[in-house]
Design a protein around this ligand. Structure first.
Ligand code: NIG
Ligand code: FE
Length: 418
């Protein structure tokens, strides 16, 4: 038993995801305490009362600082090899992301490096980023494949995700993103690659999963629905095939162009539709009427120095479920910190610090279908918490570029940061 006491504030949030105007409901208990039993939260309440009821509990002094649920990052491309520094400089000189991609750079460059990396190399490079994310307060993080595109390398990426999840303490939720780009073998033949995904790759991933991780839910299947990548008809075909094989769905939609991906995600009951920069008012309403979570990735327009961001206030006004994520990847947003994402969301999405925090915890958990298990300080949920270096949670959005987390607790185990 562990009692966290001497806090400035305990931010409980709500057990359920927060829709529309509910977003930002924090349920702050000033100077509260949190009682942890093994891997789970047993109670949140007044320190004196909890101590009286459980005098045997070990004590953890929060130093008069804020205590929050662990942050959840529901969209990352964690597993890759190498970097794209040259491309970064090309972009600074005026080349656009899609131009570089069409000229054979971009995702294709990371694909070559990732295919060439051994399992051990890929594991080591990915582990480094996982540790950085954890040290910045993320206790659960989604991780996509998508830099192999052939079956062998994609499975190697899935293996890296499973291995790092097993190592812990950061929990990883896997997504198969074989539909991230058209690989060189299928250059100019998106239709042929779509056939390959539906007929060969998806069944192969399903079979591999049943052999290697039979106790776990199948990974999510995601598609990059975008101009010069997968059009709406191809996206629909891949998602329907995935659904038929039992995979839950996610979708990259409306990052650079509006192809109608957000509406499709809602129609097919995807757990989330992500990016949503060019989303139409009609698709915002389709999302709001569904249980599909709208995941905004403000690190991406920021990383590309673009001025257009997710119409988050419209999504909230329509009654949608809004979450935030890093999009951590080597091309558009190499950033492991959900703290920085909250700072961006307040400035460019016009969220309040409370909304940004709810979108990074309980709603981010909903974007992974795990809000019943984590994302708030609710008795019975997994004991994932962070202790800040500061007494007020709003500092997470107000300040940026430094790490304001002092201690991370995952499944009841305390990891002090230096
Ligand atoms: O989410 N949109 C597609 N994928 C990434 C970029 C990946 C890359 O450039 O390597 C994104 O922005
Ligand atoms: Fe992405």
């Amino acid at each position: 038993m562990l009692l966290i006491h001497n806090t400035s504030q305990v931010i409980q949030l709500t057990a359920e995801p927060q829709r529309g105007a509910e977003l930002g409901t924090l349920n702050i208990l000033p100077h509260g305490a949190v009682l942890i039993d093994g891997e789970h939260i047993l109670a949140v309440g007044e320190p004196a009362e909890l101590l009286l009821a459980h005098p045997e509990a070990d004590l953890l002094d929060a130093g008069g600082k804020a205590v929050l649920p662990g942050l959840v990052d529901p969209h990352t491309h964690l597993v890759w090899a190498g970097d794209r520094l040259d491309e970064f400089e090309m972009r600074l000189q005026g080349k656009s992301y899609l131009e570089i991609m069409s000229a054979g750079g971009g995702i294709a460059a990371t694909l070559q490096a990732t295919r060439a990396a051994s399992f051990e190399e890929l594991l080591a490079q990915t582990r480094e980023r996982a540790h950085i994310a954890f040290a910045h307060g993320s206790t659960t993080l989604e991780a996509k494949t998508g830099y192999g595109l052939d079956i062998e390398t994609e499975l190697r990426q899935l293996e890296v995700i499973l291995k790092l999840d097993e190592e812990g303490p950061l929990e990883l939720i896997p997504t198969y993103l074989g539909a991230h780009a058209i690989p060189p073998e299928f250059a100019g033949n998106a239709e042929g690659y779509t056939d390959f995904l539906c007929n060969e790759a998806l069944p192969a991933v399903q079979a591999w999963w049943q052999e290697h991780a039979p106790a776990r839910q199948l990974p999510f299947v995601d598609v990059f629905c975008e101009e010069a990548v997968f059009d709406l008809a191809q996206t629909r075909r891949i998602l329907l095939r995935a659904q038929e094989l039992g995979f839950p769905l996610k979708l990259h939609a409306d990052e650079f162009a509006n192809l109608g991906g957000a509406g499709l995600a809602a129609e097919l009951g995807a757990i989330s539709a992500d990016h949503l920069v060019k989303t139409s008012a009609e698709d915002i309403h389709k999302l709001a009427e569904s249980n599909t979570v709208a995941v905004s990735l403000p690190g991406t327009p920021f990383g590309l120095a673009q001025s257009e961001y997710t119409p988050a206030r419209e999504i909230i006004a329509a009654g949608g479920l809004l979450a935030l994520a890093t999009d951590l990847n080597p091309g558009t947003s190499w950033n492991e910190s959900m703290q920085f994402i909250q700072a961006l969301a307040c400035r460019y999405l016009k969220l309040t610090p409370a909304e940004a925090l709810a979108a990074s915890t309980i709603n981010a958990a909903a974007a992974l279908g795990i809000a019943e298990r984590l994302g708030s300080l609710t008795p019975g949920k997994q004991a994932n918490l962070i202790i800040l270096k500061v007494p007020d949670y709003r500092m997470l959005s107000y300040r940026y570029g430094t790490n304001l987390v002092s201690t991370v607790i995952k499944k009841g185990v305390v990891y002090p940061l230096s």
